[in-house]
Design a protein around this ligand. Structure first.
Ligand SMILES: NC(=O)c1ccc[n+]([C@@H]2O[C@H](COP(=O)([O-])OP(=O)(O)OC[C@H]3O[C@@H](n4cnc5c(N)ncnc54)[C@H](OP(=O)(O)O)[C@@H]3O)[C@@H](O)[C@H]2O)c1
Length: 270
């Protein structure tokens, strides 16, 4: 049985049907309780309520899971979420003869390359430090594990572009580039890794092309039929410098298939 944490999120909700299609039984962890007949319900899928921030419901969620696909994440505390998950999974090992579950974790490209030297770095780019913390918790858990680092999902950049487009003038971090990847491509790889043996840190998954941030914003504005002035802003700090130097990119791993243009054409209407 597979447990998918974050199985209601952008990535996780695409992983779940792939596991079911491959013949697996899937349990989805969510903070929000829902009935088996409710939203997202389907043959082979069970929902359990639990919170990785408080630990509530997590022992029951991991019980009997052979593979845990860990897609839950937030803006803060992913290291602690991983600690809670690992503790529960370690307690579950050996109960009623259960083996150690395989933890399949999603992280971010550059987790180990974006410095967290001071408050400025952590305020703007603390996400990378948080994901590295979670990676280390999982790698040091003593449980079998696999971690995949991916670049930013199309959905995230669309959300950012939409939020920025509400401003009369859009500030864009100068020199910052992204290599957006489709969450569907990442979900397919996560499902493949979940069906395979524990593999440690596997090669990154990045999108097919690299774009300056300003280009991503402009292409969104065009697709949405909007016009806004875009002004470059130079972000201070070591983390921003590392990102300007491409710490968040994996050009040698541009294996994602769906492009930003294809995604925009489907998702944004004038
Ligand atoms: N988005 C990106 O560009 C990107 C890139 C690389 C890696 N990642 C990583 O990929 C993962 C998934 O990202 P996403 O964009 O799919 O996220 P998302 O759409 O924001 O979904 C987050 C998921 O995490 C669950 N969750 C959050 N806090 C939780 C808690 N305390 N306990 C239990 N579940 C909790 C949510 O479930 P409920 O709300 O139902 O409880 C939801 O299913 C994250 O680890 C993220 O860091 C994301």
């Amino acid at each position: 049985m597979y447990l998918v944490t974050g199985g209601t999120g952008t990535l996780g909700r695409l992983v779940v049907p792939q596991l079911v299609q491959a013949g697996g039984k899937v349990r989805v962890l969510s903070r929000r309780p829902r009935s088996a007949a409710g939203e997202g319900a389907a043959e082979g899928i069970e929902f359990v309520a639990g919170d990785l921030d408080t630990g509530q419901g997590i022992d029951a969620a991991v019980a009997g899971a052979e593979v845990i696909v860990h897609c839950a994440g937030g803006r803060k505390g992913d290291g602690d979420k991983a600690r809670t998950l690992v503790r529960a999974a370690s307690r579950a090992e050996g109960l009623e003869g259960a083996g150690a579950p395989h933890l399949v974790n999603i992280s971010v490209t550059g987790a180990d390359r974006v410095p967290q030297d001071g408050r400025l770095d952590r305020t703007m780019f603390g996400y990378f430090g948080m994901k590295l913390d979670a990676e280390r918790v999982i790698a040091g858990s003593g449980l079998p594990w696999t971690t995949l680092r991916a670049t930013q999902f199309h959905d995230l950049l669309l959300m950012v572009a939409r939020a920025m487009a509400r401003l009369p003038v859009i500030p864009v971090a100068s020199g910052v580039r992204f290599q957006p990847v489709d969450a569907g491509d990442v979900a397919a790889r996560m499902a493949e890794l979940a069906a395979g043996p524990p593999s440690g840190l596997v090669p990154d998954l990045a999108g097919p092309r690299i774009y300056p941030m300003a280009d991503l914003v402009q292409s969104y504005l065009r697709a949405a039929g909007m016009r806004r002035p875009v002004v470059p802003v130079r972000l201070p700090g070591h983390a921003a410098e590392a990102v300007r130097n491409g710490a968040n990119l994996a050009p040698e791993r541009a294996v994602g298939r769906r492009t930003w243009e294809e995604f925009l054409a489907e998702r944004v209407r004038r």
